[in-house]
Design a binder for this molecule. Structure first.
Ligand SMILES: Nc1ncnc2c1ncn2[C@@H]1O[C@H](COP(=O)(O)OP(=O)(O)OP(=O)(O)O)[C@@H](O)[C@H]1O
Length: 318
């Protein structure tokens, strides 16, 4: 693989379980050395796609390469060069950090074990805690130990499936610093997440719904491509109508593709600016609310995409 070759390049990947299409003609390219965020609602096929990429599942159709290796015929070689952090990872709770990593290195029969374990402890800032029992670590340090176990064999690609689910914001931020440091060393990272702030930390994002790739690009590109016009309404505190009343009144009006409360404000938006403004006109003139036209956020775009994909797929037994 040359430096310019993508780490992942697949096209037309499909996978069904029991007649239900879970990954649907998915094509994706992940440039080498980049962090690609993988987003989408629960059950949209992110984990299944990750498993297809590393050869743990065989696609019903489609083809492609992972690290320049054929996903259909070279999955054992692919697995040797990737680190896969699954949603549920486990350790020996009564072994220390270093003992757990030593155990993993023996299972994988790694050459030069001692050096690799020491280097990984150092690389992830675990050296000072090497003798702490895994069972006594906080959620954030457990995730970091899981990441250490994934990079011990010096993979070129990391597939991280919701690595920070349930971890507090500070630990999540520190985890992302590690991910960026690994990417700066040349690793490619495909990471699934439900957190918007994490999506914004990625070089690029891919948004999946019902197994289909609906958006891809930098955060700015994905927001621009959605073509959303958005407004924010705040309660002016002077009238009888409240934000909750406004949300009820707006839901379902033509052109209102997005009606979402954010704290004390309401975000509304739509893909057809003229239709949106037409429907909003009587409410924009209502002194009960203070309105502001805003740039759409990534979350606005995802809510919009999710709503649109539900419409597109509604009624189809998929
Ligand atoms: N081995 C399997 N057999 C049958 N159905 C499966 C199997 N694996 C996944 N599915 C189904 O495929 C769909 C997609 O699941 P997948 O785990 O890929 O989604 P996801 O986007 O990773 O979701 P989440 O964000 O909740 O992790 C789900 O409806 C799931 O129940």
């Amino acid at each position: 693989m040359t430096a310019a070759a993508p780490a992942i390049a697949v096209e037309g990947l499909s996978k069904s379980f029991g007649g239900r299409t879970v990954v649907d003609a998915l094509s994706l390219t992940v440039p080498a050395g980049k962090i690609m965020g993988f987003l989408g609602p629960n059950g949209s096929g992110k984990t299944t796609t990750i498993r297809l990429l590393c050869g743990l599942l065989t696609p019903d159709s489609g083809r492609g390469t992972c690290l320049g290796l054929d996903i259909l015929t070279q999955s054992p070689e692919i697995r040797r060069q990737i680190g896969y952090m699954t949603q549920k990872f486990s350790f020996y709770e009564d072994l220390s950090i270093v003992e757990n990593l030593d155990f993993v290195s023996r299972v994988f029969d790694l050459a030069d074990r001692k050096r690799k374990v020491a280097a990984t402890l150092e690389r992830l800032g675990l050296a000072d805690r090497r003798d702490q029992l895994a069972g006594q670590l906080s959620g954030g340090w457990k995730q970091r130990l899981a990441l250490a176990a994934c990079i011990l064999h010096e993979p070129r690609l990391l597939l991280l499936d919701e690595p920070t689910a349930g971890v507090d914001p500070k630990a999540r931020r520190e985890f992302w610093e590690q991910i960026h440091a690994l990417a700066a060393d040349g690793l490619t990272v495909l990471v699934s997440t439900h957190y918007m702030d994490e999506a914004e930390r990625c070089h690029e994002i891919a948004y999946l719904a019902y197994g289909r790739l609906l958006a891809r690009g930098t955060v700015a590109e994905v927001i621009a491509a959605a073509g959303l016009t958005t407004f924010t309404a705040q309660d002016s505190g002077t009238g009888a109508m409240r934000i909750a009343d406004l949300a009820r009144a707006l839901a379902g009006l033509p052109g209102l593709d997005l009606v979402a409360p954010f704290g004390s404000a309401l975000h509304v938006g739509g893909g057809d600016a003229a239709l949106l403004r037409h429907s909003l006109a009587p409410f924009l003139a209502n002194p009960d609310f203070v309105w502001r036209e805003d740039a759409p956020t990534l979350e606005d775009v995802f809510i919009h995409l999710m709503g649109r994909s539900t419409d597109n797929f509604a009624g189809g037994a998929r």
